[in-house]
Design a protein around this ligand. Structure first.
Ligand code: IMP
Length: 416
């Protein structure tokens, strides 16, 4: 039986999944997104042209790869239509699930208003309406992409939802959309998207049944999972491997190799616990050298040392077979590199992730740094201390590192 391989982020997102999917994707016939929305984002440069991608899988850059947005994704038609405009001839190589939920303008406005009102309790969301869209879905009052095929009916349904939630809109200071403008908008969405809307579960099943190679592209990271992440400082979807099953209609036995993407250090955007955060010069250096600013919001990412405890926990949740270790070159020139190998928690030393992660103190192991790994493409050519660092990550997490990225260039990658 053909299985679908999966690329999943094992930290708090921004691990560098884009480069891995771009690299590995060339070997696949189909690439699928299964969760999240345009809170995700990466930039890909091809022949000097910049492509900003938030929703469409990066396989779209290759004519022979079919790209799928699965039912678990929340889709902003506006963002999607803008993104589609970057590419020609999408027919036959791009599909959107009729069951994916619609992320509309009011969702973003509600997200931003709630964040403002929460003050110092804010999550630090991307403000893209991801939480409100998933909230509508879970409370069974959301609307799906397939409903765009009947804009009049969808418009009436939405107007009646707005009427029912009038007090919420007023309390948040969000204007209720105007009927006629909304209808025009929905008709425009239908015109642009209708040819691509389909039952993507059947499409992916058929691809697997026909022996095609399918790659699943995770968004965000495991520690942002709505159930297993650092709640409430999480995103609103299941970012763990299992999210790829529910978000596409695959059964667990149809998942093949799981490639866990980890960064050689740790970053996090938005608020929430981050035990190994370094607020001093080391964190600043990682941020500057690693260009740690969000693709979607431009926000500066918080930076810190590699946390083997949370990565081990996440790897178990994801069933990671091997790691892709990204941005090793960002640690070039550090005299000492640290790995968090355990936590101090309630007076004890622990090696697991407690529910109240904000109450742990990291216990570090110091390792000697190295001069430079930049551009190295063979494992044997890595400096001794860089190898030691990689091997220590493997020992502490019990997962092998199969791929090492030594610069943003696609070719600067070690395959072990
Ligand atoms: P939301 O997904 O916009 O609701 O944001 C919830 C949390 O997830 C915030 O801390 C965001 O910064 C974080 N987040 C959402 N998407 C991404 C991503 O693609 N990379 C990294 N962090 C993300």
């Amino acid at each position: 039986m053909r299985k679908a391989d999966l690329v999943v982020g094992v930290q708090w997102g921004d691990e560098g999944k884009g480069k891995i999917v771009d690299m590995l994707g060339l070997n696949y016939d189909m690439i699928c997104r299964s969760q999240g929305g345009h809170n995700a984002g990466h930039t890909i440069w091809v022949d000097g042209v910049r492509y900003a991608m938030h929703l469409i899988p990066s396989g779209i850059l290759h004519k022979n790869i079919v790209n799928v947005i699965g039912n678990g994704v929340v889709v902003s038609p506006d963002v999607l239509i803008d993104e589609m405009a970057q590419f020609d001839h999408l027919e036959g190589r791009f599909y959107i699930s009729d069951r994916a939920h619609l992320n509309l303008t009011h969702h973003g406005l509600i997200d931003q208003a709630k964040e403002r009102l929460k003050g110092d309790k804010a999550i630090g969301t991307t403000g893209k309406g991801i939480g409100p869209t998933y909230a509508d879905k879970i409370s069974r009052s959301g609307h799906r992409v397939g409903e765009l095929l009947e804009p009049e009916r969808l418009c009436e349904a939405l107007m009646s939802d707005f009427e029912m939630n009038k007090s919420l809109f007023n309390a948040l200071g969000v204007k209720i959309p105007n009927h006629d403008e909304l209808l025009e908008e929905l008709k425009r969405y239908k015109e642009a998207l209708a040819p691509y809307i389909t039952n993507t579960t059947r499409l992916v099943w058929k691809a697997l049944d026909d022996g095609k190679k399918v790659l699943l592209e995770g968004a965000q990271g495991t520690l942002l999972d709505i159930d297993h992440g650092t709640y409430p400082y999480v995103t609103s979807s299941n970012t763990i491997s299992a999210g790829a099953c529910t978000g596409l209609g695959l059964n667990p036995k149809e998942i093949g190799e799981v490639i866990g993407v980890i960064k050689a250090y740790t970053t996090r955007v938005g608020f929430g616990p981050f035990p190994t955060e370094d607020k001093g010069s080391d964190g600043d250096k990682m941020c500057e050298i690693g260009k740690e600013f969000g693709t979607t919001t431009g926000r500066r990412r918080r930076c810190g040392w590699f946390d083997a405890v949370s990565v081990k926990y996440a790897s178990r949740l994801d069933a990671v077979d091997k790691y892709a270790l990204m941005k090793l070159d960002v640690l070039d020139g550090f005299e000492v590199v640290k790995i968090c190998k355990a936590y101090q928690y309630n007076g004890e030393t622990i090696d697991y992730v407690p529910t109240d992660l904000e109450n742990v103190t990291p216990i570090y192991e110091d390792l000697e740094g190295w001069d430079s790994v930049k551009g190295v493409t063979r494992y044997d050519d890595l400096p001794k201390n860089a190898k030691r660092y990689i091997e220590r990550i493997e020992e502490l997490t019990s997962v092998k590192v199969g791929l090492i990225s030594t610069s943003p260039e696609r070719s600067d990658t070690i395959i072990r």
